[in-house]
Design a protein around this ligand. Structure first.
Ligand code: SAM
Length: 222
């Protein structure tokens, strides 16, 4: 196995590893083919106790990317129990050692999930929890205010919300900002609206699909 690009303590690395394992164990109990449509009450209620954390290799890639673009202000659309958020926080905190203020704006609709996420961040320590601002509620409302100089947006959200989230954040993105969207091959048909928007001539976006499990797109705002 190649070495991890994540600069952190053995304790935080072990915490992350354990959280990914819990998420995968839980995912193996879900029948993904028979789920109701995303963004319905029925779907949300099934997902209420689920991590559905971004895979570890994807989180590590995102950490690496954030270090390389020197991201300080990051937005996460879809936080759940806050696993990927820990990587975002570690990366911006490391970048901010060279100057600037680290800021991760996390978004989660479900108050009970937000509470669990906060407990995970507390386990990771002050260096993580202090850089995260968690906005609890529907991101279509919580991302309408107080955004500036955004370096990066993670779209790890129900697919019908991906484009609305991008449109809310876009006016606040700096040139060269990066967007990552998960599961873009597996859920390719559900991402059509997002793809049409970013692929349109003159959109300012450029997109590449990367061969991670289920596909993961990297979009650059030029
Ligand atoms: C795939 S999970 C996020 C996983 C997380 N990024 C991780 O890797 O640990 C998507 C989350 O988005 C949340 N969500 C769904 N609709 C939302 C909305 N309208 N506003 C904010 N969050 C929402 C869900 O409750 C769910 O926890």
């Amino acid at each position: 196995m190649p070495p991890s690009p994540v600069t952190t303590t053995p304790e935080i690395y072990a915490l992350l590893k354990g959280l990914h394992e819990k998420s995968l164990t839980q995912e193996s109990t879900v029948d993904w083919r028979s789920l109701p449509a995303q963004c319905t009450d029925e779907f949300d209620s099934i997902m209420l106790d689920k991590f559905i954390a971004l895979d570890q290799d994807k989180c590590e890639f995102i950490y690496h990317l954030l270090r390389s673009i020197d991201a300080k202000t990051v937005i996460e659309a879809g936080t759940s129990f806050g696993v990927s958020t820990i990587y975002l926080a570690l990366a911006v905190a490391e970048n901010a050692k060279r100057g600037g203020s680290p800021r991760v704006i996390a978004t989660e609709k479900e108050a009970s999930k937000a509470q669990v996420a906060r407990a995970h961040w507390a386990s990771a320590g002050k260096g993580v929890e202090d850089v995260i601002e968690l906005r609890v509620g529907d991101l279509r409302e919580t991302l309408t205010r107080d955004l500036a100089n955004v370096d990066f947006l993670l779209l790890d959200i129900w697919t019908p919300l991906a484009l609305p989230a991008l449109k809310l954040v876009q006016p606040h993105m700096r040139p060269g900002a990066v967007i990552i969207a998960d599961n873009t091959i597996m859920a390719g048909d559900l991402y059509q609206e997002l793809f049409e928007y970013v692929d349109a001539e003159g959109s300012g976006f450029r997109r590449v699909t990367m061969p991670y499990a289920g596909g993961m797109d990297m979009i650059v705002y030029q």
